[in-house]
Design a protein around this ligand. Structure first.
Ligand SMILES: NC(=O)c1ccc[n+]([C@@H]2O[C@H](COP(=O)([O-])OP(=O)(O)OC[C@H]3O[C@@H](n4cnc5c(N)ncnc54)[C@H](OP(=O)(O)O)[C@@H]3O)[C@@H](O)[C@H]2O)c1
Length: 304
């Protein structure tokens, strides 16, 4: 298939581009940077938030599938305001990309979603499935993030003229994601809650890429899929494992009262949220399973 990959230069985009090409697909990489290096892909240069520029950039192009992997997280989102641009990419950005997808004749559209869309609260021990409420406002400061994830999924999955699929990824690690954690650990800039914080579902970036290719080829239109590994883990354990594997100092452990003012969004994610997501639907319908079923294997995998 011919795929327009928006976000091809990002943390998930790079391994996804490789996985698509390995599976025999042709890729057009959408980026804002005319000088971007995306080996093996054609370049389409546009800012997705500029609707007219995007439509001009895709004029004359054809593709079978559009994949939306756009975020604005190159600076870690410690504060709620740091998520604003990412929220806009999931609302306005998705709308513009859907319009572009129709213009280039795409019949499938895959979009990046995230398991925190189930809510930044303690969900208890039961694994959450795609049937659980997603995108529900709770009268809290995380409502804009959750609303943006919901709007993103609704636009894509409810489209009647295009086969939309949402990929609810766990927290990313591995490859450049883990390199970022190790760099922050070495610099002493990766605090975790004193008790290790809540439980989160994670996914190695190479497994996220493989699941995305599987969803593109075999996913059911209108569906969301949790793309997570088999063993949720606390933030403290995850970062301790990174420190051990890299032979660096463990993360600084801070009490909530010290963490919240410095990094309120992170604190909500790491302290108030406890979330286990089930990957049963992805395994059953996509013919996919994680090559790194737990963080223990994934953290120690080579990062190249
Ligand atoms: N589920 C998760 O845990 C999750 C999800 C996403 C990201 N993250 C983490 O966030 C960190 C940063 O992510 P990242 O490296 O992917 O960087 P990023 O800065 O979030 O950029 C992601 C991609 O979006 C593209 N993009 C952003 N705004 C755009 C716009 N207006 N128009 C067109 N393209 C646009 C960028 O392309 P250009 O810059 O080339 O234009 C880039 O390819 C990583 O550590 C990653 O693991 C985690």
């Amino acid at each position: 298939m011919r795929v327009l990959l928006a976000g091809a230069t990002g943390a998930i985009g790079r391994p996804l581009l490789d996985a698509l090409r390995t599976a025999g697909h042709e890729v057009l990489a959408l980026t804002r940077k005319p000088t971007a290096e995306v080996p093996g892909a054609g370049l389409v240069v546009a800012d997705v938030l500029d609707r007219d520029a995007l439509m001009r950039a895709v004029d004359g192009i054809s593709a079978d599938v559009v994949i939306h992997q756009l975020t604005a997280l190159s600076k870690p989102p410690a504060r709620y305001a740091d998520m604003r641009l990412t929220n806009t990419l999931r609302t306005t950005g998705t709308r513009h990309l859907l319009e572009a997808a129709r213009a280039i004749g795409a019949r499938r559209f895959l979009t990046q979603s995230m398991v925190p869309g189930y809510g930044y609260v303690d969900h208890g021990p039961r694994p959450l499935t795609e049937r659980d409420p997603f995108g529900r406002p709770r009268g809290s400061r995380t409502d804009p993030m959750v609303a943006a994830l919901h709007a993103n999924e609704r636009q894509v999955c409810a489209a009647d003229d295009i086969e939309g699929i949402a990929l609810r990824y766990g927290a990313f690690y591995g490859l450049s994601g883990s390199q970022g954690f190790v760099d922050a650990l070495r610099a002493g800039r990766l605090p975790v809650p004193r008790d290790g914080g809540g439980t989160m579902s994670w996914i190695h970036l190479s497994d996220a890429a493989a699941a995305t290719v599987a969803a593109m080829e075999r996913g059911r239109a209108g569906q969301a899929y949790n793309i997570v590994d088999d063993e949720p883990v606390t933030w403290g354990r995850m970062f301790d494992e990174h420190a051990r594997a890299a032979g660096t100092r463990p993360p600084r452990r801070l009490p909530g009262w010290a963490l919240r003012p410095a990094a309120p969004y992170f604190a909500t994610l790491m302290i108030d949220t406890s979330l286990r997501a089930s990957n049963a639907r992805a395994k059953a319908e996509l013919g996919w399973k994680p090559a790194f079923p737990t963080y223990r294997e994934g953290v120690r995998a080579p990062r190249a």
